[in-house]
Write a protein that binds this ligand. Sequence first.
Ligand SMILES: [Zn+2]
Length: 309
Amino acid sequence: MSESTWRVSNLVARADAVHAWLWQASRLDTSAVERQTTLDRSSERAAADVAIVKDIARERAVEVAHLPEPSRQAFGWLAWLARSADHPRRHVETLAGFRRAAERQGGSLCWAAIKPMKSLLRGKGRPPHFELLAHIVFVGAGDEVLSAVYERGRGQARPREVDLIDAYAGSPEALAVYGAVVDGLQPEPHVKARGRHQDLVAVFTRVNQTFFAGRLAQPSLNWSAEVSRRKLGHYRPMTDELQLSLALDRPDVPAEVLDFVMYHELLHKAIGVDTKDGRRRAHTAMFRLAEARYPHRDRVERWLRRHLG
Ligand SMILES: [Zn+2]
């Protein structure tokens, strides 16, 4: 597999064309039919572009993850957009939220786009030619957050609004959206997820539905011999890899035990790591609270002690 970067000409421009359609579709006076037509067109175009890039990558035996940065982000976004009809819809709804914020605050917004980028947001120009770029994590945010983003883009946010934006950007909802975009850049998932007796994809899907409303992006899932009996799972945020110990790949493990270990590791993905006084803390109070939501925890612990202790 080649590590060198490669190019796809016009990929950023092609993504920008779709951004322009979605911005049009977000106009507050657009009819539902008109909006739906644009959404369908955007999904189709995104899917076609993704297929073209994947074909080129296969031909040249390269990975989309090795595209140069702007193309890589454009591809990740297009892949996310194409993956579910819900994504363009939520994207446009968020853009409409920015338009409403501008209207409420007596300003105007001549262009807004939401994409994966380095900073959380960027404002350019001033009304009536004000333009707003917002990070993809804001897709699906409520009006209060979107208003704060609009104000911050104009350099007029109050401290409370700045705090609101920062808190939202680190929330599980926001990270799930970002995780899904980053996922589009990963190589096809490995089949290592299927063990001799248990399938990690099935466990992930179950836990994601039950505890995360199906909104977490699937990490790369592996059974691992390295993870010990004491430590039954591990999550690596840098590579979005989740491992479960092979000690759990046996036919008699109850689903609630597998689900609990998976839930614990997925909380690491959803919540992230807190840094305090220069020390990284993974099991924060917030983490423990979320973990305590798991039902029949005592029964799970008992099974683990009896069979693996
Ligand atoms: Zn942990």
